[in-house]
Design a protein around this ligand. Structure first.
Ligand code: LRH
Length: 473
């Protein structure tokens, strides 16, 4: 295999990062070049991205990446799904909204008045999440005056290159792509009063978007190529799950836990709809048949609340170690309760759910942490079993990738509750998926490399940690 270097921009909930990915025969190495905050900011009209500041960090990070590694051949950009920026005459209309803004509730009502959810599901195959782009559009008064909407990674690519595209995996999370034909659903757009002109042409991961130009070229230092990757962070992460069998399930676990299987064709049955399983677009036309579970968000928001109470920081690995020794009965709550979605005091909200369920509220932070982790694990295990039932697959192993793969308590309790082994890692799945889709586009994996080729490379480079289910748990 030939090789080379690429840059990956990954905009996550805990931070934004620029990485260098070096790929050579059988080896893959990541170097973090820049890390910067990516939290929401409150404006008068709601929660927004701090996008202008973020873009400055990205450009500076790319310049630093090229300084450290002059052979960088291209840039790939990924971020979380659903959020977008609006343009008018090529200029950003306002800082993009953040999906955790609760304005989306009115959008849900408006859309479902026009088209009941069951009809919508048959068209777009998407699980109901109140912040799916189509609901955000319906709640966003600025859409009418805009002539273009670009999802966040596409917006960054546009500012860098001047090219306007809609990368396919992320576009699938808007709710506006028809799940059967894989194109923008013209009829749906019309019914929702969205101009078809608002949305640019869909492109496949691996396609060239354009080259840096103008100010971006000058500041980064070269007319680097931007290549579309699985720009939905979860799509990139799933590329990097070292699955070797169709009976494997995966959990991409960061702020969210995305739990499911990879399919060749969507499943849009009534049962899938009732279970709120989604058919998101994967790289190479695969289907990410999965369910969103509120993941480490519950833990990070709880820790944030405790840190505010204490006025000092908490060492999470220590807290998790202590939590793993809590041996008393562990009360659990529904990790997916919508009341836990917004930022704010997490322990109080969880305590309320526990009381509602007739359970006792843990008294120590260790025990409370254990309850949070086990509640996440329980939701994970349930979703794995549901995915197996809905797809009639004999799931026998669960891969956990992303930040959650380092959480031993979570991996072990997930194995216990699912009743099957968990294979944990790689932790940097999203960045790896981003890098490998670029590397493949450059031909570094040969002319016919499939996702299986890429996954075999990952499995040998990052051997997963295995957790056996404990029968007595
Ligand atoms: C994970 C993720 C997930 C979406 C959510 C908005 O980062 O992209 O796949 O559902 O954020």
């Amino acid at each position: 295999t030939a090789g080379g270097a690429v840059a990956a921009v990954d905009l996550g909930a805990t931070s934004g990062r620029v990485m260098i990915g070096r790929v050579s025969a059988g080896a893959l190495e990541l170097e973090q070049v820049a890390r910067f905050p990516n939290g929401p900011v409150q404006h008068n009209d709601g929660l927004h991205w701090d996008f202008t500041a973020l873009y400055e960090h990205i450009v500076a990070g790319l310049a630093e990446a090229l300084r450290r590694e002059p052979s960088i051949a291209s840039i790939g950009i990924d971020s979380w799904a659903v959020d977008y920026g609006l343009l008018r005459d090529g200029e950003m209309v306002t800082e993009p909204f953040h999906y955790r803004d609760d304005r989306t509730a009115v959008g849900v009502e408006r859309v479902h008045d026009e088209l009941p959810f069951a009809d919508l599901y048959r068209r777009n195959g998407l699980q109901f999440l109140p912040f799916n782009t189509l609901y955000q559009f319906a709640a966003d008064s600025k859409v009418a005056g805009a002539d273009r909407a670009l999802l966040i990674p596409d917006l960054v690519a546009y500012l860098l290159t001047g090219a306007q595209i809609a990368e396919r995996t992320n576009a699938s999370t808007t709710g506006l792509v028809n799940v059967r034909i894989g194109e923008w659903d013209a009829d749906l757009l019309e019914r929702l009063n969205i101009s078809a002109e608002l949305l640019p042409a869909l492109v496949e991961p691996g396609a060239s978007v354009g080259r840096l130009r103008g100010d971006a070229e000058e500041r980064v230092g070269a007319p680097l190529e931007v290549i579309a990757v699985g720009s939905h962070d979860t799509a990139s992460a799933i590329v990097a799950v070292p699955m070797t069998s169709p009976n494997a399930a995966y959990i991409s676990c960061g702020t969210w836990g995305l739990v499911g299987v990879e399919l060749d064709h969507p499943v849009i049955s009534d049962a899938a709809r009732a279970a709120n399983f989604t058919n998101e677009g994967g790289v190479d036309g695969r289907v990410r048949f999965l369910h969103n579970v509120t993941g480490l968000w519950l833990l990070s928001e709880a820790v944030r609340t405790w840190e505010q109470e204490d006025g000092s920081s908490i060492h999470l690995p220590e807290l998790l170690d202590a939590a793993s020794f809590a041996t008393t009965d562990v009360p659990t709550f529904d990790a997916n309760d919508p009341r836990l979605a917004a930022p704010g005091d997490m322990p109080s909200r969880i305590a309320e759910l526990l009381r509602e369920g007739g359970q006792t509220v843990p008294k120590t932070r260790e025990a409370f942490t254990r309850t949070i982790v086990e509640s996440i694990a329980k939701a994970f295990a349930d979703a794995v079993h549901t995915a197996a039932a809905l797809t009639e697959r004999a799931i026998d192993v669960v891969h956990v990738v992303g930040g959650g793969s380092l959480n031993r308590l979570l991996c072990q309790t997930t194995a216990d509750r699912a009743g099957m082994p968990v294979l944990a890692g790689p932790v940097e799945a999203t960045a790896i998926g981003n890098v490998l889709v670029q590397a493949r586009a450059h031909g570094w994996f040969g002319p016919d490399a499939t996702l299986e080729t890429l996954r075999a490379a990952i499995a040998s480079e990052f051997s997963p940690v295995r957790y056996e289910p404990r029968g007595d748990a």
